[in-house]
Ligand binder design. Structure first.
Ligand code: PLP
Length: 342
């Protein structure tokens, strides 16, 4: 029996499963900074194996995972290319400038995908006036584009142009398993088009905390050192890594339920006249309720009345489906909201 978690605000709100709590309780631990925590080592090994990479690194969050990878790939003063609404550029507190002293060159994407010709135009030629372009960052699924899954073909096109110009490629794969499930491809078909990948364990995969970074051993070794520099060297971290192992090995297939529930939700809301602003491919539905004459206060009041957490901003909001929300919960929400809208 899944504990209900009627909260649309994000997939970060997920609670650990009973099995994760049990695994945390029983986890074998050691000092991870000394490389002695067997559970962390196992999580890192599993993450590398599943994604087809040489090495893995457990980090505290997606933001830290992206930061240590970006730092590992670059030197102070480099320019890096990012999609203009990407999480690393938009939502990570300018860390690339503060920590890496990097220039950000943004490229607008089409549904989150930067076209290779646009990337190529943004790569600086060798010129005494220019900073060197050394890294391309891709996001899959792309959160602000609507949880869009970039295909292996799209990723390969970006990888090919980056490699033609000698750039590193980092994938912000916070939700890369959502992408692999939505596309019906092995996650390796996506991760192979990036040198380093950051994967969140604490979103749809429901672990309480943490991300893993994977990539070639030399880059992961550098990332490990940056993790220490940022204060992310943890000690008996097996306690939090144990749920991460369950996240990666047992929580991936159920993401399909989240995607089906998001589609069901979008269909129901659409029938009431609420505008669906994104292509619903994964676990996110972006809505605009101004067509039914609602303001944020109306939305907040209605969802609260129905027992859900959701917060409107500027006439719309993002609704995320996740573990703790089941099909009958979506049906009950749509039914209840339908009555309030009438
Ligand atoms: C695409 C993407 N990347 C990175 C992150 C950062 O993860 P964290 O909140 O664990 O720092 C998020 C968080 O929502 C995200 O959506």
């Amino acid at each position: 029996m899944v504990e209900k978690n009627l909260d649309f605000r994000s997939d970060t709100v997920t609670w650990p499963t009973p099995e994760m709590r049990e695994a945390a309780f029983k986890a074998k631990v050691g000092d991870d900074v000394m490389g002695d925590d067997p559970t962390v080592n196992e999580l890192e090994r599993i993450a590398a194996e599943i994604t087809g990479k040489e090495a893995g690194l457990f980090v505290t969050s997606g933001t830290m995972g992206n930061a240590v990878c970006v730092l590992a790939h670059t030197q102070r003063g480099d320019e890096i290319i990012l999609e203009q609404r990407s999480h690393i550029f938009y939502n990570e507190v300018g860390g690339l400038a503060v920590m890496g002293q990097l220039m950000a060159r943004t490229v607008p994407g089409e549904l989150g995908w930067m076209k290779p010709e646009d990337i190529e135009k943004a790569i600086r030629p060798d010129n005494i006036h220019f900073p060197p372009t050394t890294l391309l960052c891709i996001e899959n699924t792309h959160n602000s584009a609507g949880g869009i899954a970039l295909t292996p073909k799209q990723m390969k096109a970006d990888w090919d142009v980056a490699k033609k110009h000698g750039l590193g490629v980092h994938l912000d794969g916070a939700r890369v398993f959502n992408a692999s499930v939505a596309l019906g491809v092995d996650v390796k078909e996506l991760t192979k088009y990036a040198d380093t990948v950051q994967i969140c364990l604490s979103k749809g995969l429901s672990a309480p905390v943490g991300s893993v970074v994977v990539g070639p051993a030399d880059l992961v070794k550098k990332a490990r050192k940056y993790r220490k520099m940022l204060g992310g060297g943890m000690r008996q971290a097996g306690i939090i890594a144990a749920p991460g192992i369950i996240a990666m090995t047992k929580m991936v297939d159920r993401l399909k339920d989240d995607h089906d529930n998001a589609r069901l939700l979008a269909e129901g809301l659409g029938k009431m006249g609420i505008k669906i602003c994104n292509q619903v491919q994964t676990n996110m539905v972006y809505i605009d309720y101004t067509p039914i004459g609602w303001m944020d206060a109306d939305w907040d009041k209605a969802t609260k009345k129905l027992g859900w957490k959701s917060v409107g901003h500027g006439g719309g909001t993002r609704l995320c489906t996740h573990y703790g929300i089941e099909r009958e919960d979506i049906k009950a929400f749509v039914d209840g909201l339908g009555k309030l809208v009438k």
